[in-house]
Design a protein around this ligand. Structure first.
Ligand code: ACO
Length: 352
């Protein structure tokens, strides 16, 4: 069997394609370069949902955010003590579970509303209601309690667009497996959230900041990373199962980051990136290990005011669009996904 299902084709999709050798991401016929920094999150939802499920209009999505806020904002104490990601997952588990366009709109709205509200409550602040702006601006307003600058709103929009869909990654595959049983969209999204949470997938950006903190100053970068590798640790934000060159999303996010006010952390991050790439080339000369999306995600979300413990949940704000589209594509066109395993355990005594 192919360990990790490497090179196994498990679905046909018209949604997105990752060309790991060329470092290209195509979403419904558009390259990431065409979309990131140019399209709104609402437009990407329209692109992904086209022909699969009715996309919410910007007004309907804004109404869904308001409905989620009304339902949850005053009752977040029930999730007290849970990490942000687990609280978001617990809240989403309470939503209706079917394959309607209304269900899809609420699923898109839920993390966008609940993440900023949870962050504020954890800071001892009151949740701020959405105000009917575009999705990205509303998220930042709900987080910061003020309207974002155009650069901040554009940076979050670029992020949400860049991560909205990405081929058959672990969480999207999970969503498709669940959808193949004809379960509802909420079930697919919940399962996908579980897959996203792990540090080898969407859980990497928080540890990226931990790594930067451990390095401390640009001068220490090489020594600290060398010691991490010597201990057998992975450098978070580097390497990818599919990309053999730099993840194109990393560049899209870096470009967005450079439009925000400069931070001392950026200088440190660039030194860490350079040292990491050098050391990974030394360690694995035959296996290109390049910067992935999570490295600059960490810096971007930090610069926008999200705490590191919320980073993976912010990823879900964008990726829910892809999960829903894949779940519908699978349910409409696919069979029940039911692969086989090869049994390598002991045989019953009589058969041995
Ligand atoms: N740091 C150190 N060594 C690494 C790294 C890394 N970041 N990435 C891969 N390697 C090593 C592996 O340990 C492996 O070594 P071995 O053969 O001696 O055991 C070798 O390189 C080959 O690894 P791959 O086959 O490329 O790794 P795989 O495809 O299994 O994993 C993954 C890809 C999980 C992303 C890995 O590169 C990693 O753990 N990176 C750090 C975590 C991270 O950044 N995750 C976010 C990914 S992007 C996303 O999901 C949104």
């Amino acid at each position: 069997m192919a360990s990790g299902l490497d090179d196994v084709i498990a679905a046909e999709t018209a949604l997105s394609d990752v060309d790991g050798l060329a470092g290209k991401l195509i979403v419904r016929g558009h390259s990431l370069d065409e979309l990131a920094g140019r399209s709104s999150f609402e437009e990407i939802v329209g692109l992904l949902f086209d022909g699969l499920i009715e996309p919410p209009s910007p007004r309907q999505l804004a109404d869904a955010r308001m409905a989620v806020f009304d339902r949850f904002a005053g009752r977040l104490d029930r999730f007290a003590g849970l990490p942000v990601f687990d609280a978001v997952r617990a809240a989403i588990a309470l939503l209706r579970d079917d394959t309607s366009a209304e269900c899809a709109a609420v699923l898109l709205a839920a993390p966008a509303v609940i993440v900023p509200a949870l962050v504020r409550v954890a800071r001892g602040e009151r949740p701020v209601a959405p105000s009917g702006q575009d999705h990205a601006s509303d998220v930042l307003t709900m987080l910061q309690g003020r309207r974002p600058s155009p650069a901040e709103a554009a940076a979050l929009e670029t992020y949400l667009v860049a991560v909205a869909d990405h081929g058959l990654n672990a969480s999207t595959f999970t969503a498709r497996v669940v959808a193949s049983t004809q379960a509802g969209l909420t079930s697919s999204v919940l399962a996908a959230l579980g897959a996203l949470k792990g540090p080898l997938h969407g859980g990497a950006p928080g540890p990226v900041l931990d790594m930067l903190d451990a390095v401390g100053t640009p001068q220490r970068a090489e020594a600290v990373l060398r010691a991490m590798l010597a201990r057998g640790e992975r450098l978070m934000g580097f390497g990818h199962r599919i990309y053999r060159v730099r993840d194109p999303r990393a560049d899209a996010l870096k470009a967005a980051l450079l439009t925000l006010p400069p931070s001392p952390r950026m200088e440190l991050a660039l030194a860490v990136e350079a040292a990491a790439l050098k050391l990974l080339r030394e360690k694995k000369p035959d296996r290109p290990l390049e910067t992935n999306v999570e490295f600059f995600t960490a810096l971007l979300l930090d610069a926008l005011g999200f705490p590191r413990e919320a980073f993976t949940a912010v990823f879900a704000i964008g990726r829910t669009a892809g999960w829903i589209a894949h779940a519908r594509e699978q349910a409409l066109s696919g069979r029940l996904i039911r692969p086989k395993s090869r049994y390598v355990g002991p045989l019953p005594r009589e058969a041995a």
